[in-house]
Design a protein around this ligand. Structure first.
Ligand code: XMP
Length: 516
């Protein structure tokens, strides 16, 4: 896809790099993240309107530390260096960076903001609170640079070049703890780099539609619809572009949450008029999973069965040349970083690469430039309803990895009911959106209970609710006791076969979000 003007973010490995990209986009400017050592000829093939150098964990004096390439500066493109990015700039240009004896971490207040600063335009009078997280620091600016802000601990908290093209900040304008961060980034984008904000969800929709039409022509496209946010938004977008040339296939594997198939029907078919090919394959999946207890085996069986069914179904449509997938930008960046860059996090790709190469279809991935929150926004722009757009993530292998041990229809039904009650109560308590993921797990143990005068011997289920931003790390959610109490009471009273509920209070790492 083409963008009038975009910002290139060179990644030096900061945990905040993705946040920089999102803030730039929120300001209405398209941005992309690439490794710090991206080859110059690649940068030149799509010249950015501005470059931002991210922070990073290294010290500029380490033998293998990532450096800034002089040739990037020779391009005469406006540059903002953030934290390590500032140090790399200063180091290359002849300023002086001091090795740290200790780290500065937390809030700091900027003093003495220079009157001539463009980066702080409109903010000079304020006492600005900023967020610091660094070891080394710049103590003297390079020639032809002026210091535009300092703090008691950081003499060069910000600098700008005399020619007005290059600037840098030691703090992190991209994090929420720097309240004026958006204004500072906007000053860089609009006053220093003089970019026009043209990136918005509606402009994205328009250009994506044209792009999909151009690529697809008269051919047909198949897509696997899971009921989750990403695949639903992807289908809604492509449908806008090519209508009936798109064939979304929804495979009910019998491992879905309660009423999932009905929900997909309502959200896409009734609401948006998109025809969906519903395949009820629950017998096949549950049959194949009979007596299987090993979680990896379960995943393999489900994956293989899915591929087979998807292939059978899609071969019924004539003239299919493309497979549409809901790949998101974080998956794309991670693979870039994995190949050459310094990014510290490498995620196991649960959802990527699930379909077979032998289908020989070309891929269409209209969401591959978007972050998750942008996909949600896009979903709303395309007319999907709120409850679908804010749905908790759900693993591909579904309830199969939430029934520990053997999977049977009876257990699946038990779990579906219990899970639906938990989610219902969490919604009623107004907590659904605060929680990253909540669900019930059926354990392979039975416990003794009493019901009336009778002794029972039934399943134990665990309630899990976690807080997370990307699923990579997670903390258990502090669910209020009264909400836990209603969930537990209702499940035990309403779901025959479960007589005990426990709450999972483990964080990831070292635990994982799912139990299998
Ligand atoms: P874990 O359990 O690894 O989960 O902490 C992290 C996130 O990934 C989801 N998950 C999966 N998603 N296929 C998927 O599509 C899988 O096999 C799978 N296993 C875990 C999990 O629900 C959580 O959001």
């Amino acid at each position: 896809m083409t963008h009038d003007s975009y910002v290139l973010i060179l990644d030096y490995g900061s945990q905040y790099t993705q946040l920089i990209a999102r803030r730039v986009r929120e300001a209405g400017v398209y941005s992309e993240i690439h490794p710090f050592n991206t080859a110059l000829n690649i940068v030149k093939t799509k010249p950015p309107a501005a470059i931002i150098l991210s922070g990073g964990p290294a010290s500029i004096y380490d033998p293998d530390s990532p450096q800034l390439d002089q040739q990037i500066l020779n391009l005469n493109i406006p540059i903002l260096g953030i934290c390590y990015g500032l140090q790399a700039l200063a180091h290359l240009l002849g300023g002086s960076v001091q090795r740290a004896s200790e780290r500065e971490y937390g809030r700091a207040v900027l003093k003495r903001i220079s009157g001539g600063s463009v980066l702080f335009d409109g903010l000079q009078k304020a006492e600005l609170t900023v967020w610091m997280s660094h070891g080394d620091k710049v103590i003297a600016p390079p020639p032809n640079f002026k210091v535009t802000a300092s703090t008691p601990d950081t003499p060069v908290a910000a600098l700008e070049s005399d020619d007005g093209l290059i600037c840098g900040v030691q703090f992190h304008p991209e994090v929420a703890h720097t309240p004026n961060g958006p204004q500072i980034l906007a000053n860089f984008l609009f006053k220093i780099a003089k970019i026009k904000p043209t990136w918005s969800m509606s402009s994205f929709v328009e250009s994506s539609i044209l792009e999909v039409r151009r690529r697809v022509g008269d051919s047909h496209v198949v897509a696997a619809l899971s009921g989750g946010v990403d695949s639903s938004v992807m289908v809604a977008l492509i449908h806008r572009a090519i209508g009936k040339q798109l064939h979304p296939i929804f495979v009910d594997n019998g491992l879905l949450r309660k009423d999932e198939a009905e929900r997909v029907h309502q959200a896409l078919e009734q609401r948006l008029g998109i025809e969906v090919d519903h395949i009820d394959a629950s017998e096949r999946f549950v049959g194949k999973l009979s007596k299987v207890t090993d979680p990896e085996k379960k995943r393999k069986i489900i994956g293989a069965e899915f591929i087979q069914i998807f292939e059978e179904e899609s071969s019924r449509f004539p003239n299919v040349r493309f497979l549409a997938q809901g790949t998101l930008y974080p998956d794309v960046i991670e693979s870039v970083s994995f190949r050459g860059g310094p990014s510290a996090t490498i995620k196991s790709h649960h959802n990527v690469g699930g379909l077979p190469e032998f289908m020989r279809l070309e891929l269409i991935e209209p969401l591959r430039e978007l972050f998750k929150d942008e996909v949600r926004e896009l979903g709303l722009v395309l007319g999907l309803d709120d409850s679908l757009v804010w749905r908790h993530p759900f693993p591909g292998p579904g309830l199969a990895v939430r029934i520990l041990g053997e999977i049977t229809r009876e257990r699946l039904d038990l779990l579906r009911e219990a899970d639906a009650i938990a989610i219902d109560e969490i919604r009623k308590a107004g907590l659904y959106r605060d929680i990253w993921q909540a669900f019930v797990v059926l354990l392979p143990v039975r416990s003794v209970g009493v019901m009336g005068d009778e002794r029972t011997y039934e399943h134990v289920a665990a309630l899990r609710a976690v807080d997370s931003t990307d699923g990579m790390t997670a903390d258990w959610f502090r669910l209020p006791h009264d909400v836990m109490a209603v969930i537990s009471n209702r499940i035990i009273n309403e779901v025959r076969g479960i007589n005990r509920i426990v709450y999972d209070i483990s964080s990831k790492p070292p635990s994982t979000i799912e139990w299998e």
